[in-house]
Design a protein around this ligand. Structure first.
Ligand code: FHN
Length: 448
């Protein structure tokens, strides 16, 4: 089971959700937030030290964003069999490095990526600067054997072009970095080959410093692949990477950067990776669901298995109704072009968010706990939004529990009023069949 999932499982099982289930007011949520950010520091989440994680107030902007674009792009786009091609096909490093001679993406324009993200309703981006194959997508003096996009055929600094395009488009800029590098035999045997492993570590410290120093304000640092020799968790490898030292350096250059939980240090948020459905109660700590638009692989792949619009919207509302952000991944082709079918699907998501975005952005989960496969809620001020992903067969009513607040009126968001009945057990929302939207029925309730 992937480290992130194991952690979430331990987290879910450790927190007494039941207690908070029914009536979660804003101040209670505040105190929970204070209390439960502590939840990030569960054993197994990695090492931590005072001042290295952000306080809740510095995470609010991140929790307001809700939807971002993840980008896996690099040499692996050429074989188009995914970002693990070098390892899965056991390609020797020198052989694989020849791909850099072919990597000259003439149609790459980061502004186009940023526009696709904005049109999709995304508020932030996270681009892979270096994946496990070792190829750096920027001008990296710290790159072992100058294996980077500046010193090879492309002769371009893609991280610079990307971060500039992000800011120009008003999007928050995140950088993904893989400490592991398959070119180092020491990665597979750090105790047996300590010198070579130390070279890999030196590259990581040098490259993270370059990324934190040379590209202006970076909003998110997304480590991935801290696990050593493909074994154990990122936390298990903290003895090797010394993430408290690494991230102290990071915060010297980027004091407010949001750091994910994959450096072996406790993160400022938790991650839930993959396409598995999001279920269960509200998670009272910052967390992020990251998954693929094209389920075949994170990197560009000729095998296409595109998520449907219904699946994307369902995953988005299920995540946001449980307090999470969703980071949806694209894999551009070797030329840096996002496949047109992917652009079209993302545009459809953007159209939905243009209409229902108020029930998503800058909201917080609750006050009602979600009911798996049925509905969930978000709140903002005196508004509560209900997302109905699927009405139980033949029903067009929802019975909401008491929450210590009164639902005074309600309507389909951007549509007609709905009937609201009150009784001891709570509030009953009665909809007509034409008010149901097969994609997701979104209601706006006024509460006081
Ligand atoms: O090995 C990587 C994988 O290639 C991809 O980058 C994902 C994205 O979160 N993370 C790792 C697998 O957990």
């Amino acid at each position: 089971m992937k480290p992130g999932i194991k952690l979430l499982m331990s987290l879910f099982l450790s927190l007494p959700f039941g207690v908070y289930a029914q009536n979660m007011g804003a101040d209670e949520r505040k105190s929970m937030e204070k209390a439960n950010y502590a939840g990030l520091k569960n054993p197994g989440n990695g090492v931590s030290a005072a001042g290295l994680n952000l306080p809740p107030e510095k995470m609010q902007w991140w929790e307001d964003q809700k939807f971002g674009m993840f980008i896996h792009w690099g040499l692996y786009a050429i074989p188009a069999t995914g970002e693990w091609t070098m390892f899965n096909q056991k390609i020797p490093a020198d052989e694989y490095a020849k791909l850099a001679d072919q990597f000259k993406p003439k149609n790459f324009d980061a502004n186009v990526w940023a526009k696709v993200a904005k049109d999709a309703g995304m508020k932030y981006m996270v681009m892979v600067s270096r994946h496990h194959d070792g190829f750096a997508m920027w001008n990296s003096a710290a790159s072992y054997r100058h294996f980077d996009s500046w010193e090879t055929a492309a002769h371009r600094d893609f991280v610079k072009e990307y971060t500039n395009a992000c800011r120009k488009a008003g999007l928050k800029a995140g950088i993904y970095y893989s400490p592991l590098d398959w070119r180092f035999p020491g990665y597979f045997d750090p105790k047996g080959l300590p010198e070579n492993a130390a070279l890999m570590k030196k590259q990581t410290y040098g490259q993270v410093e370059e990324l934190m120093k040379n590209y202006g304000k970076i909003d998110i640092l997304w480590y991935d692949g801290g696990w050593l020799a493909h074994k154990g968790s990122d936390a298990d490898a903290a003895w090797f990477w010394e993430p408290l030292k690494l991230n102290a350096m990071v915060r010297k250059y980027q004091p407010d950067i949001v750091i994910n939980p994959r450096s072996g240090m406790v993160g400022d948020f938790e991650t839930n990776e993959g396409g598995a459905a999001v279920k269960g109660p509200i998670i009272p700590i910052p967390w992020e669901k990251c998954l693929n638009l094209n389920g075949s692989s994170w990197g560009y792949n000729t095998t296409q298995n595109l998520m449907s619009l219904k699946d994307i919207i369902t995953m988005l509302v299920n995540t946001v109704d449980r307090g999470g952000n969703m980071l949806l991944n694209i894999g551009p082709d070797p030329d840096g072009v996002i496949p047109p079918a992917h652009v079209a699907r993302l545009k459809e998501v953007g159209t939905w968010l243009k209409k229902y975005g108020e029930s998503i952005y800058a909201t917080r989960p609750g006050p009602f706990q979600p009911v798996d496969g049925f509905y969930g809620a978000t709140q903002k001020g005196n508004k509560v939004y209900i997302h109905i992903v699927k009405m139980p067969d033949g029903s067009s009513e929802i019975n909401l529990p008491q929450i210590g607040k009164t639902v005074t009126s309600g309507k389909v968001l951007g549509g007609m009023p709905i009937k609201i009945l009150h009784d001891q057990s709570g509030t009953r929302l009665v909809l007509t069949t034409d008010q149901l939207d097969p994609l997701c029925t979104t209601l706006e309730l006024n509460v006081k």
